[in-house]
Design a protein around this ligand. Structure first.
Ligand SMILES: [Zn+2]
Ligand SMILES: [Zn+2]
Length: 366
């Protein structure tokens, strides 16, 4: 079958048609897409028109409604990880509506509201994919590295990483669940019982969701925060207690007795004191993509059988579980909303640590 035959476009008459006006629809038919792109590291984002080829059979094309801004976008824009991916179209906390389906795309309908996060394609047949761990695929593609991100009119993604959004979730904030949210949720789903005492270090994009998820999970929640203002925020979000990360090692140890401590900040931390906060058989779990070394002394870990672990985002089925969990418990990312044309301002706010707790950009290109 010719590729062009298996792509289905929506028009305005479709019952659940995405909001595509004539100009945007014309561009879509011509394989053109408008996006905010940075030409080189640290340079401003400017409206650019990209030309895309035919939609691959296993991909989905989504009209972007809103896209959150994450530290990984900032890292890609500054080229902290030397990916050299320019011009860069950033953004990987996307909510939008399905506008076209490749003929092998499964489980999605035209016009359906969906979300897309950091990953864009897995092979579905390597050993990791066969056991369900699509995020560990040997041929894994990431949206910003191997594709084009969500600060654009439209985005393309493999069907397995394009997940339906429950109607009850607000499309103007839910995008952050697809990166920050699943990063917090996956270790909770894998390691945490409701009777556990759990700590969260850092109340930012990931941490503010971790606190809400853990409270709804049934745990006793301790926030480890940098100042009194953040302590007040953490208590409002559902933490039972808060302790300052700059407290003495003895104060931190007394506040501890934790089964799990989630580290959701890349800021320098008192690692030996954090390990002292764990109960026997406790787990320190790393979520922030920091390049700082963590000092580990086996003679201090082994007597109490401590575990140090980490995880990148989560599996697609875990994302779907998390969306339903959030829908049931009224959990939502707390976002500041800006139009996408203010992407440069949003990057500056994120870089200065002024986001409370996620910046959400509303698509304004069509
Ligand atoms: Zn992210
Ligand atoms: Zn694979």
């Amino acid at each position: 079958m010719d590729h062009a035959d298996c792509i289905i476009e929506t028009a305005g008459a479709h019952a659940h048609a995405p909001c595509v006006d004539n100009g945007a629809l014309t561009r879509m038919r011509q394989g053109l897409v408008r996006a905010y792109a940075a030409a080189a590291p640290g340079t401003p984002f400017e409206v650019t028109e990209l030309r895309w080829g035919t939609l691959p059979d296993d991909e989905v094309e989504v009209v972007v409604e809103a896209c959150g801004l994450c530290h990984s976008d900032l890292a890609m824009w500054r080229d902290d990880w030397s990916r050299k991916r320019f011009p860069l179209v950033a953004g990987h906390e996307i909510v939008g509506r399905v506008a076209a389906l490749g003929c092998e795309a499964r489980g999605l309908e035209l016009g359906q509201r969906v979300g897309i996060g950091w990953f864009r394609k897995s092979c579905l047949h390597c050993p990791a994919c066969r056991r369900g761990d699509l995020q560990h695929c040997v041929a894994l593609q990431r949206l910003l590295v191997d594709g084009s991100g969500g600060f654009a009119e439209r985005v393309r993604c493999h069907w397995a990483w394009t997940l339906p959004l429950p109607d009850i979730l607000d499309p103007r904030s839910a995008g952050s669940l697809f990166c920050a949210g699943i990063t917090a949720y996956a270790p909770i789903a894998r390691h945490v019982h409701p009777s556990h005492r759990v700590g969260v270090v850092g109340i930012g994009g990931i941490g503010h969701l971790a606190v809400q998820l853990l409270r709804a999970w049934g745990c006793e929640v301790l926030a480890v925060v940098r100042d009194e203002a953040q302590a007040a925020d953490a208590l409002r979000l559902g933490a039972h207690r808060a302790v300052l990360s700059g407290s003495s090692a003895e104060e931190l140890r007394r506040a501890g007795g934790l089964d799990l401590l989630l580290v959701a900040t890349g800021a320098p931390l008192p690692w030996p004191a954090l390990l002292e906060m764990l109960a026997p058989q406790g787990r320190l779990h790393l979520l922030a993509m920091s390049c700082e070394s963590v000092p580990l002394v086996p003679a201090e870990l082994i007597p109490r059988a401590l575990t140090v672990s980490s995880s990148p985002l989560g599996r697609p089925d875990e994302v779907q579980q998390m969306l339903m969990f959030c829908a049931r418990h009224g959990i939502a990312p707390q976002v500041e909303t800006l139009p996408m044309r203010r992407l440069d301002d949003a990057m500056a706010m994120l870089e200065q640590g002024n986001a409370r707790y996620r910046l959400m950009l509303i698509q304004d290109l069509d």
